[in-house]
Design a protein around this ligand. Structure first.
Ligand code: DC
Length: 229
């Protein structure tokens, strides 16, 4: 079997299940999973800790230039290191979640992040999830998937995830937060969340995680056949 590796881009709105399926697909193919949202979250965490005004683009960009963000694969999954410190848990805190879209909307910040993400994917063999992977980070990805699901379903999934983790939350608050992030991510000027022309849209509302992962793996096989790899 030919071992040439491809790149898989998975985009879509908040809480559409991107990271869960991306991890499964990466594991099945022995590829690297890259969570680009974690990079924006890590920068947001640092900006909050340093009291940087999130609307001040040049301050946030300057901060990024002095920030090292590493995504390290371990047996327990991917960990996120911010200037060498493990912040895997902190970047999921509510404060970061509600503010990250304000950091991610700055064009200069995005240009630098995209550069870093392209470097991570230089050897292919990656499953990368985010909002602009198919459109800007890996426009030549062999497989592009755009995951969608109703807001209600996404809020429900987040709520159930929180219950499992023992985190108290309200479905209504989660729904509002998801809607607000969708609004900012989709309406920003710099590479807004849109489906790439050649991406396959998958509505996951009534599909299981396994079904979505299977569907993506089928697309990978089709792409390999079409590209003769
Ligand atoms: O996937 P996530 O929820 O962890 O992403 C956090 C935020 O980062 C999301 O609201 C938008 C932003 N983001 C982005 O603008 N571009 C990406 N490639 C990934 C995330």
């Amino acid at each position: 079997m030919n071992e040439k590796k491809i790149a898989i881009a998975i985009d879509g709105p908040a809480a559409a299940g991107k990271s869960t399926v991306a991890k499964i697909v990466a594991e099945k193919l022995s590829y690297i999973y890259i969570d680009t949202g974690a990079m924006y979250r890590a920068l947001t965490l640092k900006a909050l800790n340093e009291n940087i005004e999130l609307d001040n683009e040049s301050a946030v960009f300057h901060l990024l230039l002095h920030t090292e963000i590493q995504l390290r694969q371990t047996n327990e999954g991917q960990i996120v290191l911010l200037d060498g410190t493990d912040v895997t848990k902190e970047i999921r805190f509510q404060d970061v979640t509600t503010k990250v879209s304000y950091v991610a909307k700055h064009a200069s910040v995005r240009t630098e992040m995209v550069k870093r993400q392209q470097d991570l994917a230089i050897n292919r063999g990656v499953v990368m999830d985010g909002r602009d992977i198919g459109t800007h980070v890996l426009p030549d990805a062999e497989v592009k998937i755009f995951l969608v699901a109703s807001v209600e379903e996404r809020a429900k999934r987040r709520y159930e995830e929180n219950v499992k983790k023992g985190i108290a939350s309200s479905m209504e608050v989660l729904r509002k937060e998801i809607e607000e992030r969708d609004r900012i991510d989709s309406s920003r000027e710099a590479s807004p969340l849109i489906k790439a022309r050649d991406a396959i849209e998958v509505d996951t509302t009534s599909l299981t995680i396994t079904q979505v992962a299977e569907l993506i793996l089928q697309e990978v096989n089709i792409s390999r056949l079409n590209n003769n790899i």
